[in-house]
Design a protein around this ligand. Structure first.
Ligand code: GLY
Ligand code: MN
Ligand code: MN
Length: 442
């Protein structure tokens, strides 16, 4: 995207933010929206701060992710105000003066101390919807997070503007650069820690920048859904590799998983190929009007079919899903919204006034239950895992006899498989941001 296109896309985005916020204020009966960026948190009995995490409601307005003590104020019909904290501080690098394509859309006031914000916030806090954490309170501006306002914004946040999709495209490229380097490190025999460092170097991001902690598991560790231990030494025998790692760009996330076998001719690689093919069929289901819950249930049927075809479970795919056997191998949801947060909000909202759409019975970990609309960006992340805890439950249950336990024992040392892409729902064919980035980088 050229700078000019980006400036235009951002102008549209900020207009949409104003439109949605004005409606949200009407819904809640408030006059102004006030959004603090957040403050630093300190470790207990210590003077060390935790990594700063910006209020997502704040970074929705502007690409500012490292600016504690700043505020956005939206008043319907007016240009939004940005109260921008640029402290006098010789201990740390202070934020630079605001600059770039987005600045002209704000009335910017630079302050030097957090408490100076009070001089520039509205005169009266009582008719303000203040969205933030309690610790951001200053004077009468105590975050009240009115549900009517929050629900409205979170419901509509599911629909990304073209500007947001451009940000996520850039986040995907960054993540894919890391993934390419990680695969090379795996093939060269690196430890999990070494692969992690190779990823960070190529993505040019580390723990403070990445949208979530890298999940980098060799061998059996691929079976732990959120494995973040990172052994410092390589195992004696390297069989398989699961990497779930993303990138950030101006506050937006990508969330990408790939699985590899060290020996491309082994049976586990065939299973990876089958999951990969199924994943692409599921990505193709990301279309306007499709109930995401149905994609989740279809994913179970797809994974169950692989389990049957590879001889792991001798049951029909339908009965594997009905009896919960497929969930012992695929124990998480098919995915979630993604955007400003890796697990973006609003996935259960029944409408912009609130209400909840529950996940289907027996599928408590599904994080998105809405019908897809153009502009929604979701992950699609099916998997098959050989996790000891779940295998034991299966062995103790009534369907144990349908499982080929010898086969399970040959696959268990490979851990698990997950393939995850970030997919945009459009009026027509879906756009797969992840595969687009892999193709572009070659
Ligand atoms: N990286 C966490 C997830 O895939 O949801
Ligand atoms: Mn995910
Ligand atoms: Mn992931």
């Amino acid at each position: 995207m050229t700078t000019q296109d980006l400036a235009q896309a951002y102008a549209h985005h900020v207009g949409e933010m104003q439109r949605r916020s004005t409606q949200a204020l009407e819904r809640g009966g408030f006059d102004r929206l006030v959004v603090p960026s957040g403050t630093l948190h300190y470790q207990l009995f210590d003077d060390r701060d935790y990594p700063y995490a910006v209020n997502p409601q704040f970074k929705a307005w502007a690409p500012l992710t490292r600016n504690p003590g700043s505020w956005v104020v939206h008043t319907p019909g007016e240009k939004p105000t940005l109260i921008y904290l640029q402290p006098f501080d010789y201990w740390h690098v202070v934020p630079e003066a605001p600059a770039g394509y987005w600045v002209e859309h704000f009335d910017v006031v630079v302050i030097r101390k957090p408490e100076e914000a009070l001089q520039h916030l509205p005169k009266d806090a009582s008719h303000c919807a203040i969205l933030g954490e309690a610790q951001s309170a200053i004077g009468d501006f105590v975050p009240n997070n009115p549900p009517a306002v929050v629900n409205h914004l979170e419901y509509h946040r599911a629909i990304k503007t073209p500007y947001e999709i451009a940000m996520m495209r850039a986040a995907s490229v960054r993540g894919v650069r890391g993934h390419r380097a990680a695969e090379r490190a795996f093939r060269a025999g690196s430890s999990e820690f070494g692969i992690h460092l190779a990823y960070c170097q190529a993505a040019r991001q580390d723990a403070n920048d990445l949208p979530y902690s890298n999940i980098i598991g060799l061998n059996e560790h691929g079976a732990v859904l959120h494995y973040t231990e990172r052994d410092r030494l390589p195992p004696a025998d390297i069989r398989s590799f699961l990497i779930d790692a993303g990138g950030s760009h101006d506050g937006y996330a990508s969330d990408i998983t790939r699985s590899y076998a060290f020996d491309p001719a082994c049976e586990f690689q065939s299973m990876i190929d089958a999951v990969d093919a199924a994943e692409q069929r599921l990505c193709d289901r990301v279309r306007a009007g499709v109930d995401y819950k149905q994609i989740h249930l279809d994913a179970h049927l797809e994974m169950a079919t692989i389990l049957r075809d590879s001889g792991v479970v001798d049951m029909s795919p339908e009965s594997m899903v009905e009896t919960g056997v497929s969930a012992k191998f695929f124990p998480h949801g098919i995915g979630h919204y993604i955007g400003l947060q890796v697990h973006d909000v609003g996935g259960f909202l029944a409408s912009d006034e609130g209400g909840r759409i529950d996940p289907p019975d027996g599928h408590p970990f599904l994080r998105l239950t809405r019908v897809l609309e153009p502009g929604a960006v979701v992950t699609i992340e099916p998997g098959i895992y050989f996790a000891d805890l779940l295998l034991q439950e299966l062995r103790d249950g009534e369907h144990a006899a349908a499982v080929d336990w010898d086969k399970v024992d040959t696959l268990r040392p490979y851990g698990g498989i997950r393939i995850e892409d970030d997919v945009v729902c459009t009026d027509g064919d879906p756009i797969n941001l992840t595969r687009e980035a892999f193709a572009a980088l070659g």
